[in-house]
Design a protein around this ligand. Structure first.
Ligand SMILES: NC(=O)c1ccc[n+]([C@@H]2O[C@H](COP(=O)([O-])OP(=O)(O)OC[C@H]3O[C@@H](n4cnc5c(N)ncnc54)[C@H](OP(=O)(O)O)[C@@H]3O)[C@@H](O)[C@H]2O)c1
Length: 309
């Protein structure tokens, strides 16, 4: 019998325990899924990085920690987490992110606010450009950035993408390195941030980089708050360099009531809802990783501790 300790909130337990048990059965695994276990009996920890468990040293026979989250910046430097550590990549997470990004990209691309928010009874037809004439750049071409890029390409947006290592994605101009970042941003009319939070990505969108995009561009950030220099963004919004920012993630969450983003007319705040881990598809990934661990096969979606994601 394999012992898997579930370390996340009560509501997560309610959401995940059934689908996890079903996925273990479907994978032919005999797993004792539990919220309480003697540490020396635990084989795997299914883990939300905000859970109370932060000291892994008592878990002497632990084989892996399997994160329920895609973003692992709060756990990646935990010195007691020395076993294999995986992050969450799953269909549900990707589909949710694609849908949220498409909604916000199309809102800005089509200028939807003009008509949806109109109360002045003025008949003012403004025809939006076609997608093919609206360059979009995606910073981060991982599981989520790539899924978003491919969907934008299917809608015929010209798409540039930027990542740490060089990539090839059909229809996407893939760039990497510092020069690649400037090239990705230059002339972009919509920028979507899907980078992880690491020391290298903090403030990646600063005043200098914001000056490279097309005047009146839109910024969409479902990645992490510290990717953007907040003051530089506010200045760029006030100068008209950036027309609007749609932000889902922030340096401090919940976003403090007195933060200028809440009241800024050119900022849309959404409360970290761009995408969530969906229990059914995530449970399949967790079960597959436990199967791999038991079979001595390499785990899927291992965190690269040196890279920080
Ligand atoms: N708002 C939400 O609801 C929500 C939900 C889920 C996730 N997220 C955020 O989305 C992020 C991305 O998730 P993911 O699953 O797509 O992650 P991922 O698969 O690890 O992809 C990360 C991408 O960023 C690139 N990257 C990392 N460091 C870089 C650097 N220094 N310079 C250039 N590119 C760099 C990576 O390059 P390589 O391809 O070369 O490795 C990769 O393309 C998560 O880390 C999390 O912060 C937010």
């Amino acid at each position: 019998m394999i012992t898997a300790l579930f370390s996340a909130t009560d509501s997560n337990w309610d959401k995940f325990s059934g689908p996890l048990r079903d996925a273990f059965t479907a994978a032919g695994l005999s797993v004792d899924l539990t919220r309480e276990a003697s540490p020396d009996a635990v084989d795997y920890i299914i883990y939300a990085p905000n859970s109370r468990l932060q000291d892994f040293t008592p878990f002497t026979r632990l084989k892996a920690v399997l994160s329920l989250w895609a973003g692992v910046e709060t756990a990646v430097n935990n010195p007691t987490l020395t076993v294999q550590f995986t992050r969450m990549v799953s269909d549900g997470l990707s589909e949710g992110m694609v849908e949220w990004c498409m909604g916000h990209v199309l809102r800005h691309h089509l200028g939807m606010d003009r008509d949806i928010c109109r109360t002045d009874a003025v008949w003012d037809p403004v025809i939006p450009p076609l997608a093919r004439d609206r360059p979009v750049s995606i910073l981060g071409l991982g599981a989520l950035g790539q899924a978003v890029a491919e969907t934008l390409v299917a809608l015929r947006f010209p798409v540039k993408g930027w990542s740490r290592s060089p990539k090839q994605i059909e229809g996407v101009q893939c760039l990497s390195g510092d020069d690649g970042l400037a090239e990705a941003l230059r002339g972009a009319e919509i920028v979507v941030l899907l980078l992880p939070m690491t020391p290298q990505t903090e403030n990646v969108l600063d005043a200098e980089r914001l000056s490279l995009v097309a005047r009146g561009a839109f910024i969409i950030n479902p990645g992490r708050g510290p990717l953007i220099d907040d003051d530089a963004l506010l200045a760029a919004l006030d100068s008209g360099q950036i027309a609007h920012a749609t932000l889902d993630v922030f340096r401090i969450e919940p976003l403090p009531e007195d933060h200028p983003f809440w009241s800024h007319p050119k900022v849309t705040v959404t409360p970290h809802i761009a995408s969530d881990t969906r229990a059914d598809t995530a449970a399949e990934v967790i079960a597959e990783n436990i199967r791999r661990g038991e079979a001595g096969e390499p785990f899927l979606h291992l965190v690269d501790r040196q890279a920080g994601y």
